[in-house]
Design a protein around this ligand. Structure first.
Ligand code: ADP
Ligand code: ASP
Ligand code: MG
Length: 468
């Protein structure tokens, strides 16, 4: 089989784990499979880079040294633990040192300007993934497996220039990726590719958005007609609920592409929301598997899951760290384009609105945004206030969105009644409700303090512990 295997940050955050996953790659390679590896940065590194870019704005030079030293020690520890051969070890250390020096000079340049443009930030973010792939490659070589490490740009992922959220220009990407990967596979080499990053037409580094390594894996799979994509992670697969909230949550054996998109849109954090786009047409199945429990088959995401796996409700998702904004004002009533004006203003500031509802009287609009976007959202709305369109902006900072997801909900009567009876029996107050037009989800907002109670209650009502 031709398999694209993506390893998430959680699967590669120590030398010991890397020894484990390189052995795993070796065993599938030795069975005659063609393996293409896609790797995230070590867990937490992307967040650290985002953090340091905030210190640049504050002209804090000391933090840069501290950050570089910390990043060095994380990667050097990993190298010492996962590469035995001294020549390989020295080479890996050398590549990592060159990258760290380059990153340090860029950071020191930026701190003088006290500015990080979106373009510069994408370039900085790319170091996370670029630091890891050479280590993986030398670790494979240590086990006698030949491999070549490549960045997203080197493998041929061409994107538009929307930094932070770039999209692949798929036709050119297909030609380039195929041209670069096929010869390596013929020579039985394993391509070890950075997830998350590509380059635009001018050769500038771009990133595909958080969790973008999933997206890289599916883009590559579509380019080289892979048989399957395996997303290796630290849990057994997609689950009926976050296992941190519901201890008895079960792994879903099969979900459809449509359901998986719904689950990722609701921010269950295991997948990039657009990751399924490249493989849906070519019907390449995706498996989510636990790299540390390979006897478990994980979750299979495919076009047509088997009949036995089709259920009304499959998963209860909780999205924390969200805020509810209510805007109101008499001038909004009957004024055409009010909602459009508000959403357009927010979109231009890259505020992502997760849920919307408008009162029938048109005098108020409620929307849910991520807490990270709240500041920008409120400032933008305040500016719109100047137009006299909005009179009041009210914020509830402590809410959670609960989403009930399953393709079997489509056209079935009484689901909403069942959901809200379950919720009201637990005396939980529902603040806002929406249903996606796909009818694959029903989502509502509750106070954050009621979040876990609501998820557990619905998990029980829909008997999700009995799913398999
Ligand atoms: P990776 O590093 O492999 O990309 P992520 O950290 O992005 O992994 O996502 C995996 C994590 O998502 C798990 O560790 C788990 O805690 C969390 N999670 C939240 N909700 C769910 C769910 N419904 N099913 C599976 N995992 C979930
Ligand atoms: N390292 C990137 C992130 O943390 C991409 C990924 O992990 O998929 O979002
Ligand atoms: Mg992820």
């Amino acid at each position: 089989m031709r398999l694209v295997m993506k390893f998430g940050g959680t699967a590669v955050d120590s030398g010991k784990k890397i020894v484990h996953i390189t052995n795993l790659i070796k065993s599938y390679h030795n069975k005659g499979n063609e393996i293409i590896g896609v790797f995230s940065a070590v867990t937490g590194i992307t967040d650290e880079i985002l953090n340091i870019s905030r210190y640049i704005l504050k002209k804090d030079k000391n933090k840069i040294k501290e950050f570089i030293n910390n990043t060095r020690s994380i990667h050097v520890d990993i190298i010492n633990e996962c590469i035995k051969n001294n020549t390989h070890k020295a080479k890996a250390l050398q590549v990592v040192e060159i990258l760290l020096k380059e990153m340090e000079s860029i950071l020191n340049g930026l701190v003088l300007l006290a500015e990080v443009t979106e373009k510069a930030l994408d370039h900085l973010l790319s170091f996370g993934e670029r630091l890891l792939t050479p280590i993986i490659s030398y670790s494979l070589l240590d086990k006698g497996i030949d491999s070549v490490y490549l960045t997203g740009q080197e493998v041929g992922i061409l994107t538009d220039s929307k930094y932070g959220q770039a999209r692949p220009l798929i036709d050119t990407t297909k030609i380039r990726v195929k041209h670069n990967i096929d010869p390596l596979l013929k020579e039985k080499k394993i391509p070890v590719i950075t997830g998350f990053i590509g380059a635009d037409q001018n050769g500038n580094t771009t990133t595909l958005g958080r969790s973008g390594s999933d997206y890289t894996a599916t883009i590559i799979a579509a380019c080289i007609d892979a048989d399957e994509v395996w997303l290796w992670t630290d849990v057994n697969g997609l689950m009926t609920a976050d296992p941190n909230i519901v201890k008895q949550a079960k792994v879903l054996r099969e979900v459809s592409f449509a359901e998986a998109i719904e689950l990722s849109l609701f921010g269950a954090k295991y997948m990039h929301p657009r990751a399924l786009e490249p493989v849906m047409d070519s019907k390449i199945p995706i498996r989510i598997r636990n790299a540390f429990n390979i006897s478990n088959h994980g979750t299979l995401i495919s076009k047509l899951p088997s009949k036995s796996s089709q259920r009304i409700v499959k998963s209860i998702i909780a999205i924390r760290n969200t805020a509810l904004i209510d805007v109101s004002g008499g001038a909004m009533v009957g004024a055409p384009g009010t909602a459009a004006k508000i959403f357009d203003a927010l979109a231009r500031k890259s505020v992502n609105i997760m849920m919307i509802s408008q009162s029938p009287s048109e005098s108020s609009i409620s929307m849910v945004v991520k807490k990270d976007d709240l500041d920008t959202a409120i400032t933008t709305l305040d500016l719109t206030l100047v137009d006299n369109l909005i009179k009041n902006v009210k914020v509830n900072e402590d809410v959670a969105v609960i989403a009930v997801v399953g393709s079997g909900m489509r056209g079935i009567k009484g689901i909403a009644a069942k959901v809200f009876t379950s919720i009201s029996e637990k005396k939980i107050n529902v603040i806002m409700i929406t249903q996606g037009s796909s009818e694959l989800n029903l989502a509502f907002v509750v106070n954050n303090s009621d979040c876990e109670k609501a998820v557990r209650s619905l998990h029980e009502t829909f008997m999700l512990t009995k799913i398999n």
